[in-house]
Structures are given as C-alpha cells and as structure tokens.
Design a protein around this ligand. Structure first.
Ligand code: ZN
Length: 249
C-alpha cells in the first residue's frame, strides 16, 4: 500500500486542515513518546493482577458501563468484575467475542488504537498541550504526570468517539498551566491543571448527546451540556468526588 493512502497520513492531513481552519496555533512539538505497541505477554482474565492489568484498565476505561451511570474502571492493576464488564463492552463494540478474556485478538485491537508515541489513533498530544506554551509544564502535577493523564483521557475519548458513531472530536482545551488557566478564568483547582480534563466540540452532534454518551464512559466530571463546549474529566481517578453538573440525563 502506498504510504500516502495510509489512514494515519490521511488523518494527519485532515487534522492539519482543521487546525488551520479554526486558527489553532500548534505549539512546539514536544516530549519524547514512550514508543511502540504494548507488549502483552499473557492472556488476561478476571482475578489476575499486575502492571499489564493496569494498562488494560487504562485502555478499556471508556467502556465502563452500557447505560448511563456513575461507574468507572478502577486503574488499580486488579482485574475485577468492573474491568471484566468494560472488556466485554470493548470486545462487543469491536466485533470480538465478548468473553472478558484478553487474548491475542483483543490485545491486537487494543494495540490498533495506539500510535507510536503513546497517543491514540484519533488524538495527538499536541491537541492537549497548554495553548500558550505548547507543553505540559506549569500545571499542578509534573509534565510527565500531566501527559500520562492526557494519555488516559485519550482512551476514554476513543470510546466516546466510537459510541458517537466514529465522528471526529475536536479538543478545544486539554491541559492548562496555572497561569494560562487563571488568564482564561478557569477554576483554581480545575482538572485541566492535571491534564485529566478536555473541553470538546463534536461538529454535528449536540452537547447533550455528547454528555449522555460520556455518562457511559467512566467520566467522573461532566460540566453542564448548555455551555458552548462539553467538558469531561476523570477527577475520581485523582481521588475526587464525582461531579455531574446535570446529573444523569
Ligand atoms: Zn473544561
């Protein structure tokens, strides 16, 4: 296959067009990625523990529940019932046997969602960096932690994107430095300062629909859908209480 027709290249071209169209200045290209596909070394199933289970949980966290509810996958390296539910929903969505057993086929699908720099196939780190500095510096956590939180958010956003019918999601704001957050009037302990929040615009889809789908993706922070964007975050992963401003709708 000619490289110019690869999905990645088409996506990159499209993204560039969109970015230019909305006047987004891409910051300096940053941060070395952690490289290559995850090396799954065993089949994973309920009852197992380990770092590979943690990685699995990060990747299926957006499939927390099939109907709106304040349910999330704990990122704790312990493959319990909540992880099993998420794996089943992930498998079903991607046409795999939904047996909650993470063998080679499921592992291949998980890795197919990953880019070589550790980002996911439909999102780039540059979409989430501070809009002023173009980096993950200056927040309430280290740049490395912020970037990892962004990576985790990306997998949830991949799930949200798929549930919305594979429509492109624009990230208006991801990570923010403390100074930039203050300048735009963000809350003093905004989840954007940790890299775990994203303000979304989904062309052609109402915020209310985005909110409702996000209620199945394990997002523990959802701002009202009546803003000009839809804010989502994973504050419970940081030990905070759930906050769904419009409740369950
Ligand atoms: Zn926000």
């Amino acid at each position: 296959m000619a490289s110019s027709s690869s999905p990645l290249n088409r996506r990159t071209l499209l993204r560039g067009t969109l970015a230019a169209g909305v006047g987004v200045a891409l910051g300096p290209v940053l941060l070395s990625g952690t490289a290559s596909a995850y090396s799954w070394s065993r089949t994973l199933s309920q009852g197992m523990t380990g770092a590979d289970v943690t990685e699995l949980q990060i990747r299926v966290a957006g499939w927390a529940t099939s109907s709106p509810g304040q349910t999330r996958v704990s990122i704790d390296g312990d493959f319990g019932p909540g992880t099993a539910t998420a794996v089943r929903l992930f498998q079903s969505a991607y046409g795999l046997s939904s047996d909650a057993v993470v063998g080679p086929a499921t592992q291949a699908q998980l890795n197919a969602l990953q880019q070589s720099d550790g980002s996911t196939v439909h999102f780039d780190f540059s979409e989430f960096t501070d809009r002023v500095s173009g980096t993950f510096d200056g927040g309430k956590v280290s740049a490395a932690t912020a970037k990892e939180n962004v990576r985790r958010a990306m997998y949830k956003l991949e799930a949200l994107r798929k549930k919305l019918g594979n429509v492109p999601i624009t990230v208006n704001s991801g990570f923010r430095s403390i100074s930039h957050n203050a300048a735009v009037g963000g809350a003093s302990d905004s989840m954007h300062l940790y890299g775990t929040a994203a303000d979304l615009d989904v062309p052609g889809v109402s915020n209310k629909t985005v909110y409702q789908k996000a209620e199945t993706c394990g997002f523990s922070g959802l701002e009202t859908w009546t803003e000009d964007h839809q804010h989502v975050d994973s504050r419970a992963d940081l030990g905070r209480a759930w906050w769904w401003q419009d409740g369950t709708i």
